[in-house]
Write a protein that binds this ligand. Structure first.
Ligand SMILES: *Cc1c(COP(=O)(O)O)cnc(C)c1O
Length: 405
């Protein structure tokens, strides 16, 4: 019996085609052929969760008091740790009872926020390229998405002046993310001041994703939206334990900011989930209280890889500006080839997996994202394979035609 008479809901059909699917298929095929894949495609940190975090989780797991349903709004201990961390890092004072909410990973909260605040047809402003949850959430909610196309000549920072007033007047939410995935761009503090003024002028809820809060290099300190005067009235900020603490599989994040918005998201979530296993909240508290030496260690790891890969790409003709943060390089494709074709042919010819930029929206066309999630030995091997396959930036149109998958 077939079920072809059951059609998916419109909200499912509204989801854009998944560029990763074809890449995945080729990855499976390459593995079957015995090809040694170097996967730099995902944003999945390759390191281990810090030992004290694992130990705190093991100890918490031994206590039966932690085995029942957790509180919907997260444990008081985790919420207080979050607000103390904000005070320490940014000098921002938050109320742990109403202005902080633990999440089952930040992706969950970013997506559900749209369900809590967007009616079908509401305008939501989203950069292109962007982290997929920033446009998939609004798409599921039925939003009318206005793409703010990011440009290299603007250093991939949103150009607020390019948004027509009549669009801004209709907009309800604006998602943004600096330091950015996928472009690795950072935005100056003045930009944060401008965007707060813009949001206040047009009554737009600002949704800032600060998941690379700590993965910054060479003394650069990312800005928190909530440091900006007036931001608490119109904004929320998302964080994750996934990246800094190598805890992607644990599924813990949190949101802080305007209490009405945080509580609105909480109300939706009380109808969807039961919160985070207490054991994981204890572990996350331990992570946020780790000494700064741990952060320096992680930062050094990614900075070393960044320098190594930028140097190696330079020898192949790619000039990539030094990134100040994140675990990515945003690399232009050789002229005359699309992101998807380039990523597919690189995979076929070298076994190196990179992500086509258009997976992050049409504004990412012409670029691929390379994740710094392998050690320098493996990155060196990837560079060697590029060299052997003749994949260089200058090869241009000739390369494009013989690269066609
Ligand atoms: C990795 C990443 C996240 C983290 O998502 P989790 O669900 O917390 O693991 C969120 N936003 C961006 C931009 C990311 O790159």
């Amino acid at each position: 019996m077939t079920l072809d008479w059951i059609t998916p809901a419109d909200r499912l059909k509204s989801l854009p085609p998944y560029v990763f699917a074809r890449l995945d298929e080729l990855k499976v095929r390459a593995r079957e052929q015995g090809l040694d894949l170097i996967d730099l495609g995902m944003g999945n940190p390759d390191g281990a969760t810090p030992r004290p975090v694992v130990e705190a989780a093991i100890a918490a797991l031994q206590d039966p008091a932690n085995h029942g349903y957790p509180p919907f709004e997260g444990t008081a201990g985790f919420r207080q740790t979050i607000t103390a961390w904000y005070q320490r890092r940014y000098g921002v004072k938050l109320d742990p009872d109403s202005e902080a909410l633990p999440l089952l990973g930040s992706k969950e909260g970013l997506t559900h926020l749209a369900l809590a605040y967007v009616n079908p047809g509401d305008v939501v402003l989203v950069p292109s390229p962007a982290y997929p949850a920033h446009f998939r959430g609004p798409a599921i909610a039925g939003a009318d998405i206005y793409s703010m196309i990011l440009k290299p000549e603007n250093d991939w920072v949103i150009d607020l002046k390019a948004i027509p007033d009549e669009v801004a007047e209709r907009a309800k939410l604006l998602y943004f993310n600096y330091p950015s995935n996928p472009t690795a761009a950072t935005a100056p503090r003045e930009f944060f001041e401008e965007i707060v003024a813009f949001a206040r002028r047009f009554n737009i809820l600002l949704v800032h994703d600060l998941c690379y809060a700590e993965l910054a290099f060479d003394g650069y300190q990312p800005t928190s939206l909530l440091e900006i005067p007036g931001a608490m009235e119109i904004g929320v900020e998302f964080h994750t334990m996934s990246k800094t603490y190598n805890m992607a599989g644990w599924r813990v994040g949190f949101v802080v900011g305007n209490r009405h918005i945080v509580q609105g998201l909480r109300t939706l979530k009380t109808n969807l989930d039961y919160g985070i296993f207490r054991v994981l909240q204890t572990a996350a508290e331990t992570a946020l209280n780790l000494p700064d030496e741990y952060l320096h260690e992680v930062q050094t790891r990614y900075r070393t890889r960044r320098d190594f890969l930028i140097q190696g790409f330079a020898e192949l003709g790619w000039s990539i500006p030094k990134t100040k943060a994140t675990m990515y390089l945003w690399v232009p494709c050789p002229p005359g080839i699309t992101s998807t074709d380039f990523a597919l042919s690189v995979l076929q010819q070298t076994g190196v997996v990179v992500t086509p930029g258009n997976a992050f929206g049409s504004g990412g066309e012409g670029y691929v994202r390379v994740s710094l999630i392998a050690d320098c030995d493996r990155l060196g091997e990837a560079l060697n394979r590029f060299k052997q396959a003749g994949i260089t930036f200058q090869a241009g149109a000739a390369l494009a035609s013989n690269l066609k998958p």
